[in-house]
Ligand binder design. Structure first.
Ligand code: G6P
Length: 485
């Protein structure tokens, strides 16, 4: 294949690495998130090696420009991408990130309308940051490049680029739910129109589930009056396609983790701590959407109804700190800790504590060790775009033993139908599901896990990247054919 002179431009609010400082020495640590891993392996595949000449990743910098310059001078590290930090004034960033992104869009898109903050200044700063990204990108984009924008922080960016480069190839993927129009309409009118127009600047708009695609198509019709044929919207100048791309995981990485000596060591240490006990496990970023307090009530109800589990089961619950400046997040943390304290106070004995609660980050080895030793994973968000924890747990069940209890309101539920699906608000139903999980026969566990594993192998994160980029090329082709008609 001839070497191409085209670039792939990735854009997300967060950059896929951290800048660390130790003893006056700056180092860069690439994040091990699914998206980064997938893209790297996409680029490394023989057949894709020459598709893009350059790969650049733009994202907001969480470090000062001075430090970045120092790092660039000090180091000649080769990364899989050229990292392009976008520097944003702290005050502007605060109103954009803690404001419009996470106090307006996030609660609304997760069906928490009563948590939504309506603040014009937040929106103006959101527009401002999207414009800063656009200006920066427009300096580097060349005709023929592929631009792939990620998530709700950058809804306005596709159109801002399209305005200046009408022929650009732009893909957008939304990692959170797209809510029903009844919810979306609760946004202030001018904002909702700008958001829909912003998104329609893309050629391909991807969502995790069929339902989110349908919600989006209806929203486009209601807000701007554009109709669609199947999943294609015909605008004055272009066809735009909305489609479903359920984000997968790096299956191989998780399914082989239990062979790593560090993971084995950690697994042994955990099982030694809880001899003859069943282990239930959950891990979430701190967020009111994750349903943690309802989950604790479900577990408490189990102990109440089935006292035979007292001293025979532990619930290891890990919460990863997140968005701490926002009051709703802090309030949630306090509420969770009160509930854990109350439950442990009520049921603990001198030699047993029902909930082992940890508020901290987990490294990959420890996470996999916990997935591996858990008899059940209890994943019960009140809303979740996808939820990759559910998929990672299934991939780690290397002996096909384990039970997934999953909220029917997580995007992952539409792919993982063999899980014990629960309504996360119904504590009675949740306690029954836990009971069923703890008493499920090994044969049934094996049957369910192996069916889910097959599906996750078939559409892993690599297929996801391939699928999205392939469909983006296709829609561009279709647009050309339409123009020639
Ligand atoms: C969700 C969002 C991402 C976001 C992540 C972590 O998965 O879809 O866009 O990056 O949460 O949240 P944070 O605010 O810490 O970036």
């Amino acid at each position: 294949m001839e070497k191409s002179d085209k670039s792939l431009i990735l854009v997300s609010n967060r950059l896929p690495f951290q800048l660390l400082e130790q003893d006056d020495q700056l180092t860069m640590k690439q994040s091990d998130g699914g998206l980064v891993t997938a893209l790297i392996s996409y680029f490394n595949a023989e057949s894709n090696r020459d598709v893009f000449q350059q790969k650049k990743w733009f994202g907001s910098a969480d470090f000062p420009e001075k430090r970045w310059k120092k790092f660039k001078k000090q180091s000649d590290v080769q990364t899989d991408f050229t990292i392009e930090p976008v520097f944003i004034d702290k005050k502007v960033y605060n109103k954009y990130y803690n404001g419009f992104c996470n106090a307006t869009l996030w609660p609304l898109f997760h069906y928490f309308p009563s948590y939504v903050v309506y603040d014009q200044e937040f929106f103006e700063n959101y527009e401002e940051v999207n414009k800063i990204f656009a200006e920066r990108l427009l300096k580097v984009i060349k005709p023929g490049d592929t631009i792939w924008i990620h998530d709700y922080q950058l809804f306005l960016l596709p159109q801002l680029i399209r305005d200046k480069m009408p022929d650009a190839t732009i893909g957008f993927f939304l990692h959170i739910p797209f809510p029903s129009y009844e919810i979306f309409r609760l946004l202030h009118s001018p904002w909702k129109e700008k958001i829909v127009r912003g998104l329609l600047g893309a050629d391909l708009i991807g969502f995790h589930t069929h339902e989110y695609v349908q919600h989006f198509l209806k929203t486009v019709r209601m807000v701007l009056g554009y109709d669609h044929h199947y999943r294609t919207i015909t605008m004055q100048d272009r066809l735009v396609k909305a489609d479903m791309f359920p984000l997968g995981i790096d299956y191989e990485k998780f399914s082989t983790a239990s062979r790593k000596p560090e993971v084995v060591q950690k697994m042994e240490a955990i099982t030694k701590n809880f001899p003859d006990k069943k282990i239930i496990f959950s891990v979430d970023r701190l967020d009111y959407t994750k349903g943690v307090t309802h989950r604790l009530l479900g577990f408490e109800r189990l102990l109440e109804k089935h006292p035979e589990w007292i001293e025979k089961v532990v619930f290891v619950m890990v919460i990863v700190p997140s968005r701490q400046i926002i009051s709703k997040y802090n309030e949630r943390r306090i509420l969770i800790e009160e509930n854990v304290g109350r439950l442990n106070g009520k049921y603990s004995t001198l030699s047993w504590q029902p909930v082992i609660y940890r508020y901290n980050n987990l490294d990959f080895e420890e996470l996999c060790a916990l997935y591996h030793v858990a008899d059940a994973a209890l994943i019960t968000p009140l809303r979740d775009g996808m939820n990759l924890v559910a998929k990672e747990y299934i991939a780690c069940c290397s002996e096909q033993q384990g039970v997934l209890i999953l909220s029917e309101l997580a995007g992952a539920a539409s792919e993982l139908g063999e899980a014990l699906l629960v309504n996360p608000l119904d504590t009675e139903e949740m306690s029954e599901a836990i009971q069923q999980a703890l008493t499920m026969q090994p044969e049934e566990q094996r049957r369910k896990i192996s069916q889910m594993q097959k599906r996750l192998i078939d559409y892993d994160v690599h297929s996801w990247v391939n699928d999205f980029l392939f469909q983006l090329t296709e829609i561009k082709q279709q647009q050309k054919t339409e123009q020639q008609k």
